[in-house]
Design a protein around this ligand. Structure first.
Ligand SMILES: [Zn+2]
Length: 178
């Protein structure tokens, strides 16, 4: 019975995650959300950030690293506006979505400028929606099957015909609640 309770709890949590990921998926076409953490090295020459982004139907993790020590121009850039270290949130309107890649995209250590490199991996929101739908869908299938069997006068557990023995299933010992 404890096993059944855990299963029910996991199914309920999965359903909540399913609804949440579905809402975030729809939202990602109207507004983007970014949560990140920035850091600045003690010499101020190696700032960077890691952020999780929900945008245009995809969830992505992005990491930027900066090496201002490379060139004289970069050193000058380092003295300008530096990243504010700590956690941050950004939001806004996303640009036109690209639907061709199903939300999947990635690049690693790609040069952005002379002194910035970025890595990024993106997964379509639909993957999370699909994964979190499995357990609730199984529960719904079982629920509909049990309901159908009860209406047909069959054992809800194994489908055995209970017209002769309505209170107890001779096949699997299921006892009907009064
Ligand atoms: Zn039965």
């Amino acid at each position: 019975m404890i096993g059944l309770q855990i299963r029910k709890t996991i199914t309920a949590l999965s359903f909540l995650a399913f609804v949440a990921s579905l809402c975030l998926w729809v939202r990602s076409y109207w507004a983007f959300d970014v949560i990140g953490r920035a850091w600045v090295s003690s010499d101020k020459l190696h700032p960077g950030f890691v952020q999780i982004e929900s945008k245009n139907g995809a969830v992505s993790v992005e990491r930027w690293v900066t090496d201002y020590s490379l060139t004289e121009r970069a050193r000058k850039a380092a003295t300008r506006k530096a990243l504010e270290p700590g956690f941050y949130y950004l939001g806004g309107n996303p640009d036109a979505p690209s639907v061709s890649d199903l939300g999947f995209h990635s690049y690693f250590r790609q040069p952005i400028t002379d002194f910035h490199t970025a890595s990024r991996i993106g997964i379509g929101h639909w993957v999370f929606v699909l994964v979190f739908s499995v357990l609730p869908a199984m529960w719904l299938r079982g629920f509909l099957r049990r309901r159908h069997r009860l209406r047909e006068g069959l054992c809800p557990m194994c489908g055995y015909d209970l017209h002769a023995t309505p209170t107890r299933c001779p096949e699997c010992n299921f006892v009907a609640k009064a």
